[in-house]
Design a protein around this ligand. Structure first.
Ligand SMILES: Cc1cc2nc3c(=O)[nH]c(=O)nc-3n(C[C@H](O)[C@H](O)[C@H](O)COP(=O)(O)OP(=O)(O)OC[C@H]3O[C@@H](n4cnc5c(N)ncnc54)[C@H](O)[C@@H]3O)c2cc1C
Length: 377
């Protein structure tokens, strides 16, 4: 009989929870450490595209994740004068849902617990070793066959392994909110059109994400201190977006600012320690694939581990097969964010081209149309 293998997972976000579900469902004995007192996510809403939805299906967390979330049918881009400059229709086999983040975290946590994962909150390992140990600041150590470092973009575990080769802070960032819908905004529960409104280098992304809530993301250049300050200067935002005053009036004091980043490691694992999610490959959110990539790589890691008795060989093979698509996605995401720093007329031309050019759409949606490892054919 095969020995039951043990995993210590650090981080209770999309990457850690998806890893926990996928490993436990393959017979692993899994413990997940979350430093917070509960599993809670920041960032309001999230787009989950076909690839991420397939992973949620494979893990058994799909129904609860998309419950009451609208299917996104179109994305409009509007210029400084609120004039429509492009529309991307999401049709055919490719689904996109806009979802309240916490709903996905809850769905994954439910699957993980049902699969026997032990979730330990208020637990904060500070380092990992290639021998499969997690270490705490008080000197405690826990040893396993596998350590999964899924502790996000500021990962201490990744840094303790010395795997980081590039951390690039990008030119822009975002402040995110969830707001309640006003009576006129409750028209369709099942479908949503999302709108990206531009004003100079600033943007308001309007995304219905539940029957009662709208996810709002304000994006701006990092150096634009008036726009990047929380709580926001409502007067300034209304002057930049006079057609959105009723939305801006509803933005509270609770938004949070995050600067966009790009992370590159070499390699993704060392011995029995693997790095997954933003800790390994954070990318700017311009094509909404950070969470999708995190969940895909978490599931595929468990699949490769299932095919090999030797953990180290499985992790090497996992990276060899899965990393090229993640890197392509990082490149596309950076490319799609470049027009933020351009003059408006040039940016409008770029977005028209990005929507109309078959080649660009193919490159941009390569990860969306990819069938993730471990999902049904
Ligand atoms: C503005 C913005 C918009 C985005 N929009 C989208 C989108 O639409 N679609 C999409 O797919 N992606 C999107 N992303 C990216 C997405 O949010 C991330 O890729 C995703 O959250 C990464 O998940 P993760 O589990 O790797 O990290 P995180 O979500 O950061 O989770 C890490 C977890 O680890 C915990 N932790 C950290 N250190 C420790 C420790 N030492 N011990 C224990 N626990 C620890 C943290 O508390 C946290 O719970 C967006 C990102 C931004 C900034």
């Amino acid at each position: 009989m095969k020995k039951v293998r043990c995993a210590e997972i650090v981080g209770g976000g999309f990457a850690g929870l998806a890893s926990a579900c996928a490993l436990a469902q393959r017979g692993w004995n899994v413990r997940l450490h979350e430093r917070d007192s509960e599993l809670r996510t920041t960032g309001a809403g999230i787009y989950v595209y076909e690839n991420g939805l397939r992973v949620l299906e494979a893990l058994g967390a799909y129904q609860d994740s998309v419950q009451d979330a609208p299917l996104v049918v179109a994305r409009e881009v509007r210029d400084d004068a609120n004039k429509l400059i492009s529309v991307h229709q999401w049709k055919g086999a490719s689904r996109v849902y806009s979802i309240v983040r916490q709903q996905i975290i809850n769905a994954l946590a439910k699957v993980a617990k049902n699969a026997g994962v032990q979730i330990v909150t208020n637990s904060e390992p500070v380092a990992a070793t290639p021998q499969g140990e997690v270490q705490f600041s008080d000197g405690r150590r826990m040893k396993a066959d596998l350590v999964v470092c899924a502790d996000g973009v500021n990962s201490r575990l990744r840094d303790s392994l010395g795997l980081l080769v590039r951390r690039k802070f990008l030119h822009d960032g975002a402040i995110r909110y969830l707001i309640d819908k006003a009576p006129g905004e409750t028209t369709s529960k099942a479908e949503a059109t999302t709108v990206e409104y531009w004003s100079g280098s600033r943007r308001i992304l309007y995304t219905p994400c539940s029957p009662t809530q709208i996810y709002i993301a304000l994006t701006m250049l990092h150096r634009d201190r008036i726009a990047a300050t929380v709580p926001i200067d409502r007067g300034a935002w209304k002057a930049w977006f006079p057609h959105l005053t009723t939305v801006i009036d509803r933005l509270g004091f609770d938004g949070r600012y995050d600067r966009f980043e790009l992370i590159r490691l070499n390699p993704w694992s060392l011995g029995r320690a693997a790095v997954v999610g933003d800790a390994a490959h954070a990318l700017p959110p311009n094509i909404g694939q950070g969470g999708g990539s995190a969940m895909m790589n978490a599931l595929s890691m468990a699949v490769y581990l299932d095919h090999f008795d030797d953990v180290t060989s499985a992790l090497v093979e996992w990276e060899r097969k899965e990393r090229p698509l993640t890197e392509h996605t990082q490149r596309m995401s950076v490319l799609m964010g470049m027009p933020t720093t351009w003059p408006s007329p040039l940016r409008n031309i770029f977005y028209k081209f990005a929507t109309r050019s078959k080649w660009m759409v193919k490159q941009r949606t390569k990860i969306v149309t990819h069938r993730p490892t471990g999902t049904a054919a």
